[in-house]
Ligand binder design. Structure first.
Ligand code: TMP
Length: 216
């Protein structure tokens, strides 16, 4: 099962994904945790180029293609083989980040983005996507106060991040069965408890469907 976490800056995805993986392993699942951009040696090199605050000259199309290149490598090197081995893959950001940031944020053409993403991923879509939702100003403040390293996109104006958040909500409306929105403006333990309930329910439902179809 392929599960992705999405959200605006400061939504706490990275700490939540680690806790969620630990919980699922305790439940007996074999879990692979990864992130975008990055997750592979080649992807990590691309991540460095993408996030370097010195790269102010990067064009929007180049940015899009670098995120997509990192994704193509991750899908082929790690995600598809892990899914084929029956593992649960938890990915911190995936193609929806491209639609939210490069599409709604940068205002690149969404149809172009969809075909590039289709090419990069071979059409691999998540089974479940969790949107860790938080008010933009709250999220940016959390990130600053948390002393986290600022990347090139963190330095964008607030209106950019607002378009990203609104973009996520639009994506949820377009594919409501795949998404679950979780309020990320709560204590870490409360957010984690919600995530655990949602994910466990999906895994059990899927197990039930699979065992039904093999019994048929
Ligand atoms: P993060 O690892 O701290 O979430 O940082 C990733 C940054 O990259 C974040 O600002 C969102 C951005 N991003 C995109 O703009 N497009 C993408 O396709 C992905 C995966 C990330």
């Amino acid at each position: 099962m392929f599960i992705t976490l999405e959200g605006p800056e400061g939504s706490g995805k990275s700490s939540q994904i680690g806790l969620l993986a630990e919980f699922l392993r305790q439940q007996g699942y074999s879990v692979v945790v990864t992130r975008e951009p990055g997750g592979t040696p080649i992807g990590d090199q691309i991540r460095h180029v993408l996030h370097d605050v010195a790269n102010t000259a990067m064009s929007f199309p180049a940015e899009l293609l670098l995120y997509s290149a990192s994704r193509a490598q991750l899908v082929n090197e790690l995600i598809r083989p892990s899914l084929a081995a029956g593992k649960v893959v938890l990915c911190d950001r995936y193609a929806d980040s491209t639609l939210a940031y490069q599409g709604y944020g940068r205002k690149l053409n969404l149809t172009d983005l969809q075909s590039i993403t289709q090419f990069a991923t071979g059409g691999l879509k998540p089974d479940l996507t969790l949107l860790l939702d938080i008010d933009v100003e709250r999220g940016l403040a959390r990130r600053r106060d948390g002393g986290e390293e600022m990347n090139r996109l963190d330095l964008e104006v607030v209106s950019f991040h607002q378009r990203v958040r609104d973009g996520y909500h639009q994506l949820v409306l377009e594919d409501p069965d795949r998404w679950v929105i979780v309020n990320a403006d709560q204590p870490v333990t409360a957010v984690q408890a919600n995530l655990q309930t949602i994910v466990l329910e999906h895994l059990q439902k899927r197990h039930h469907v699979n065992s039904q179809s093999s019994a048929d």
